[in-house]
Design a protein. Structure first.
Lengths: 379, 392
């Protein structure tokens, strides 16, 4: 057992943190919330030059052939500073789908563009039901001679306003109850695509995306026909664990902000940190953080090593969802009224934690996965 | 990063499991949740000693195996799972030995370490007093130097197995100057529990079980060479020992059988025509416990790894113990609740599900978050030592 990062990962972590500290101060995050695009193309370019976008891809696709654990380290630091922009959408929701598709032509067409920072992507994972049950997709992909016509509404699609391509799951075979779902990669400028912003408490932009008879060619299918469910199930652990890593970084920041505040703020002639009630709150936050760290890294390590990880991933998200939210609630209680103002920064984490809790499966969703894993488990 | 065990460690785990299986099959012990801390079986400990499993982490020069704390945790995890009787060597192995190695004189090391490692002597802790619990520096028992011995006078309490073991690990006041800060006035000693002037009286716990004792010390003579480490430095020494006390996996694993039974109960018991396990609320509740158990287990191994890195896991062990004891409490609460009316049937009744271990554990559970440092004291440690919060 080894709970430490290796030397390269440590360097990567430190450099990522240093870079983001300079490039992504909290004022920038606030500025981006008001910004039309919600991200800075010049920062995006710099990140690509550092090799972040292609960290998971093989070198022949313009990547650096890193492991998921390497990516985890970067995601953690991004979460810490609440990095605005479509990194998660592009690299994980888009890039990993294509990476796992086993379609050489598709990989050559898209991965180098993602790695170089020239292409932004997203994945339309949910529909109006708001669930992640991809087997119940209702959007339709109607076969035509030259391709397909796509029809149906998607909800909570992240970064759709800036995405060059949207990966769109649609039912291509009505016969199967659970199968018959295929993925299509669609140029977002195609006729018939309507993108409407959702007004959410999340910091990330989310959209309602309506496909009204969008014509696509045959070669826009990702993986084989009817392979959509398999593909999504294959990448789901990476999506979920990736989110946990982001949340982990943010949790650390929340604790650090709070520790700094309680030692600066004085009441009754003493710093808040002199009061045991406050000390115990801080200890509770530290415990939640430590637990989140190791349950998350266990999942990331297993994924990185290609080990079975369904239960570990579900445990990580079930735990982190609750822990992060709890930490932000305690942090607000400790900070008092000042953090209830927009001048202060904590509310950003408070929002981020709530959105993180319900995105990619909440506590109850993942606890049911754990229970299912226990159905046949020997004690 | 690596969340797996080495091949050698996996083999070691199997070796421990095989040993336990064969002992069980031969009926050499009866599995019991508390056997690790209250069942003195010198015979069992001797068998472990022959396998060199006592003093596993001690340096080789003291007869130990010089192995990692991760290795020890693997062994301990399996022992706890099996409900093995470890009490004869437990404190000697975990606390007394390592402290002697760290602070003891050569003479004491030579006298006691081989006896501990060979399971020849057993220990209890004579540390807490009626007026010195969490506030341990307030210990009032005195050790007055007189010629070639210390005269001990005072009272100790919560002394588990004090009525049965050979030696006590004693904390007493060696400096009576009221101007010296309290935590600079204490020393540690090895106390012969059979010495004249030692009176042990039972304290019966809420289960009606006798493991605790009060120990009265009336002019007890301890030879001068049985002081451990430096005089008046006992408090710092003991604080370090306590870290190792909190660093174990006992708190998580002691109630492992309750978890196993709970899942089995839910899967095999029908209420209102369907299995409990089919009820989403119950699945959710049990999955929550399963997640918390797994989180706790990683924390335990993280603490062991931290020790193997050469650090004293002050902060880490506090986090781990708070988490694991709170888990234990919740486990027995949930288990008794889920078993419904049968959740109250205690061992001894033929109606008790799984021999009544769930309600028994529930009765024990107020003690979990108290012993070895209360949750509140541990939170203080996290805040002040781990997070280094300023108090001025």
């Amino acid at each position: 057992m080894d709970f430490g990062l290796n030397e390269e990962q440590t360097i990567l972590k430190n450099e990522t943190r240093r870079f983001l500290k300079n490039e992504c101060p909290i004022d920038f995050v606030k500025e981006m919330i008001e910004d039309e695009k919600g991200f800075s193309p010049s920062l995006w370019k710099k990140m690509a030059e550092l090799g972040w976008m292609g960290i998971l891809f093989e070198e022949r696709y313009g990547g650096t052939g890193g492991t998921f654990l390497d990516l985890s380290v970067i995601l953690e630091e991004m979460g810490r500073v609440l990095l605005p922009g479509p990194f998660f959408s592009t690299v994980i929701l888009g890039g990993v789908t294509i990476m796992l598709s086993d379609d050489e032509a598709l990989k050559q067409r898209f991965l180098p563009g993602i790695a170089s920072g020239d292409m932004i992507m997203t994945l339309a994972l949910t529909e109006t039901e708001g669930s992640y049950a991809i087997e119940r997709v209702e959007s339709i992909g109607e076969p035509r001679l030259d391709g397909y016509v796509l029809r149906g509404k998607k909800m909570f699609v992240s970064d759709a306003h800036i995405a060059d391509y949207i990966i769109y799951p649609a039912r291509t075979d009505q016969k199967y109850q659970s199968g018959g779902v295929s993925l299509f990669i669609v140029d977002s400028k195609r006729e018939g695509i309507e993108i409407t912003p959702l007004i959410c408490l999340d910091l990330q932009r989310q959209f309602e995306v309506n496909f009204r008879d969008v014509h696509v060619l045959k070669n826009s299918m990702v993986g084989g026909e009817g392979e959509g469910l398999n593909l999504i199930q294959g990448m789901w652990p990476i999506i979920v664990t990736g989110k946990c890593c982001e949340m982990l970084g943010a949790m650390q920041q929340v604790l650090e902000m709070t520790l700094s505040y309680v030692q600066k703020r004085h009441q009754f002639g003493r710093p808040l940190s002199a009061f045991q009630a406050i000390q115990h709150y801080c200890a509770d936050m530290a415990i939640d953080l430590e637990c989140s760290r190791w349950i998350t890294y266990q999942a990331a390590w297993r994924l990185s090593n290609g080990l079975p990880s369904r239960k570990e991933v579900a445990m990580a998200k079930a735990w982190s969802s609750g822990a992060f939210k709890k930490m932000t609630v305690i942090a607000h209680q400790i900070h008092g009224a000042i953090a209830f103002t927009k001048d202060y920064d904590l509310y950003l984490y408070y929002r981020y934690a709530k959105a993180g809790e319900i995105t990619f499966g909440d506590e109850n969703f993942h606890k049911e996965v754990v229970a299912r894993e226990m159905d046949f488990q020997d004690q | 990063m690596d969340f797996d065990f080495t091949e050698e460690q996996k083999n070691f785990r199997e070796e421990v499991k095989d040993f336990l299986k064969s002992e069980l099959e031969k009926g050499y012990f009866k599995p019991r949740q508390n056997a690790w801390m209250d069942e003195l079986s010198q015979e069992f400990s001797k068998k472990m000693a022959r396998r060199r499993w006592i003093g596993l982490t001690w340096p080789k020069e003291y007869g130990g195996q010089g192995r990692s704390y991760i290795d020890r945790m693997i062994m301990q995890e399996e022992m706890m799972k099996a409900g093995a009787p470890l009490a004869f060597h437990f404190l000697g192995d975990r606390q007394v030995g390592p402290t002697l190695i760290r602070f003891g004189s050569d003479e004491l090391k030579k006298e006691f370490l081989p006896k501990i490692i060979n399971a020849e002597i057993s220990f209890c802790l004579c540390i807490s007093e009626p007026d010195a619990g969490s506030d341990l520096a307030s210990v009032r028992t005195t050790a007055e130097e007189k010629g070639d011995y210390y005269a001990i006078n005072g009272q100790k309490v919560w002394t588990t197995l004090g009525h049965m073991v050979d030696f006590g690990w004693l904390l007493a006041k060696t400096n009576l100057n009221p101007n010296v800060p309290k935590h600079r006035t204490l020393s540690e000693f090895i106390l012969d529990m059979k010495a004249p002037g030692v009176t042990v009286q039972p304290l019966i716990n809420i289960l009606g079980i006798h493991t605790f004792n009060e120990v009265f010390l009336d002019d007890v003579r301890i030879p001068k060479n049985r002081i451990i480490g430096e005089r008046d430095k006992g408090f710092d020494q003991i604080m370090e020992q306590m870290v190792y006390e909190r660093a174990g996996i006992e708190r998580l694993m002691q109630n492992y059988p309750v978890k196993v039974c709970l899942v089995e109960y839910a899967k095999t018991t029908k209420r209102n025509g369907r299995y409990l396990w089919e009820d989403p609320l119950i699945r959710n509740t049990i999955a929550t416990l399963e997640i918390e158990f797994n989180v706790g287990r990683i924390l335990c191994y993280y603490v062991a790894w931290t020790i193997d890195q050469g650090k004293v896991p002050n902060y880490e062990a506090s986090v781990c113990k708070i988490f694991c004891t709170q888990f234990e409490k919740k486990l027995s609460d949930v288990a008794t609740q889920l078993m419904g009316l049968y959740g109250q049937v205690l061992p001894g009744s033929k109606w008790a599900p799984f021999g009544g271990i769930a309600p028994e554990s529930y009765l024990w559970s107020p003690s979990y978050t108290l012993q070895g440092g209360t949750v509140e004291i541990l939170k203080n440690i996290i805040a002040l030592r781990g997070l280094k919060l300023r108090t001025k």
